[in-house]
Write a protein that binds this ligand. Structure first.
Ligand code: SF4
Length: 510
């Protein structure tokens, strides 16, 4: 029987010449591509954040490569990055055997990369993709998703509760002061402006206390009550005002991450519709590369579109010719901005699919299906009655946009045999409200969406941003931010976007 021969195995064998780490990494390994790409970029703005003097600092390019490569490997924690710098040959090669600890890595990520500096790196990456013909920047497929903040979900502050409690407190304090004034026979003053209750309370309590002094009441239950009310109301009112300042236009915020707003998330493990603190992340994609991103507090997408499109223009100095997005973005204000800016919006509105159905098209009672005489400005109802313009009105949306609406009325519907089918209201004649401007935009949108290009974009949209979000969240496990505040969260998402683009770039080059 032949003897079994094993290869030599000696763990403590020492080499005559130690190998360089680079020799152990293949020429086509992703880490080399990441390193080569980041070597080409100008990072003088990041370097400028370092102050001269003191001890030497780790090189910002090395830290940038480590952080970007960590995100590419689904490593999002500073402590894990520190561990990999000791254990993983690719990280050791990237850092050239430097060992920054997690505090240095976290400080670099949240402080040196904020203030738009990481955005610049992201822009350079997309410009590189553009130079290589992988993206044209002529079209943007836009979508948003909500990503949970690191804040605890039970740390909410609701605007409604704050306003209610503040009003209750003001009423209570006014009651106490009025009762004291009545008892001491002090004339009630009405000179205080409603919006400055604290000033009112201070002046009124001072008057009461000085009256008590003049009457020789230096102690007692009533005096203590006035003194306590004055001091307690000040601290409470200050607290409510601080909450309202932080809330701004929002309806809620989290005490542990004041920039995070409570919103409904798609991932609802308890399936109870509970709101969680988070951010609305918007992205543009083209060929599944992320070409722009933004982080917003607004839970719905409609209000984010205009500032988001402006950010694209600021980033590249030009705007995409075509914009593709779902009906969550379709509004008169957004259409006006896109058409006005020379863009071609393939953006549905909420009734688009319903309008395509036969049931809708064949319903003669809908204002859109009635005959409209543009010259004389009247509609003709299914019974042939003219619905004349009664009046025009303006409506302001939550986003501050003013729409003009025209209201048309029939003359008399009381004896119409079609009344039951025509309208439900109790009024004796039908009234319809029409937004001509929005209708004109919608007609153009319908034409675009049903054109050959429109059908192509509509079929591509679900596999563009939605697939990218799915990939990032479910394949790469990025479901929650680790940093707090909009600025730091933007850095985190920027790293996720750079990592996504580089991963895809490497796959294209392979
Ligand atoms: S109910 Fe009035 S508006 Fe409707 S079809 Fe009859 S007449 Fe015309």
């Amino acid at each position: 029987m032949a003897k079994v021969i094993h290869k030599s195995y000696n763990q403590n064998d020492s080499l005559l010449l130690p190998p360089s780490l680079g020799e152990l990494i293949s020429k086509t390994h992703p880490v080399r591509i990441v390193s080569d790409i980041l070597d080409k970029f100008d990072i003088s703005d990041i370097e400028a954040t370092y102050k001269s003097g003191g001890t030497s600092s780790y090189h910002p390019r090395m830290l940038l490569k480590v952080v970007v490569y960590a995100y590419l490997c689904n490593v999002y924690s500073g402590r894990q990055m520190e561990r990999l710098l000791h254990e993983n040959i690719h990280f050791m090669w990237l850092s050239s055997m430097s060992y920054p600890d997690f505090r240095t890595i976290n400080r670099f990520r949240s402080e040196r990369l904020s203030g738009g500096r990481l955005e610049n790196v992201f822009t350079r990456v997309v410009e590189l993709l553009n130079d290589e013909g992988l993206v044209s920047l002529n079209v943007q497929y836009i979508d948003g998703t909500k990503i949970e903040s690191v804040a605890n979900k039970y740390t909410f502050v609701w605007k409604g509760s704050v306003e209610k409690n503040k009003a209750k407190l003001i009423d209570k304090v006014r009651g106490v002061l009025s009762a004291a004034e009545e008892e001491l026979d002090i004339e009630e003053s009405t000179e205080f402006p409603e919006e400055q209750p604290q000033e009112e309370f201070e002046r009124r309590s001072k008057r009461i206390l000085s009256k008590m002094d003049s009457m020789g009441i230096s102690k007692g239950k009533q005096r203590r009550l006035i003194e306590k009310t004055a001091s307690d109301s000040k601290s409470k009112l200050d607290e409510y005002d601080k909450h309202l300042d932080t809330l701004g236009e929002r309806n809620s915020y989290s005490k542990t991450d004041p920039d995070a707003t409570f919103m409904r998330m798609k991932e609802d493990a308890m399936n109870n519709g509970q709101t969680k603190p988070g951010y609305n992340v918007q992205i543009s994609t083209e060929n599944q590369f992320i070409t722009n991103y933004g982080v917003f507090w607004q839970p719905n997408d409609q209000g984010t579109l205009i500032p988001y499109l402006k950010s694209f223009e600021e980033r590249y100095g030009k705007q995409s010719a075509e914009i593709v997005a779902d009906s969550g973005y379709g509004s008169e204000q957004n259409y006006e901005y896109m058409f006005g800016g020379g863009m071609i919006p393939y953006v549905k509105y909420n009734m688009f699919h319903a309008e395509m159905k036969r049931k809708y098209k064949n319903n003669p009672f809908l204002p859109n299906n009635m005959y409209y005489n543009k010259t004389e400005d009247y509609y003709v109802c299914p019974m042939g009655q003219h619905m004349e313009l009664a009046y025009c009105k303006k409506e302001k949306s939550d986003l501050g946009y003013t729409s003009n609406k025209s209201v048309y009325m029939a003359r008399d519907c009381s004896r119409c045999p079609l009344r039951g089918m025509c309208y439900k209201a109790n009024a004796d004649r039908r009234t319809i409200e029409v937004n001509h401007n929005n209708n004109a935009y919608r007609a153009r949108i319908r034409e675009l969406l049903t054109s050959e290009d429109g059908l192509r974009h509509r079929s591509k949209r679900p596999i563009e941003p939605e697939a990218v979000f799915g990939n990032i969240k479910f394949n790469h496990g990025f479901k929650r931010f680790r940093l707090k505040s909009t600025e730091k969260v933007s850095v985190e998402w920027g790293l996720v976007a750079i990592a996504h683009n580089l991963r895809k770039y490497i796959a294209c080059k392979a």
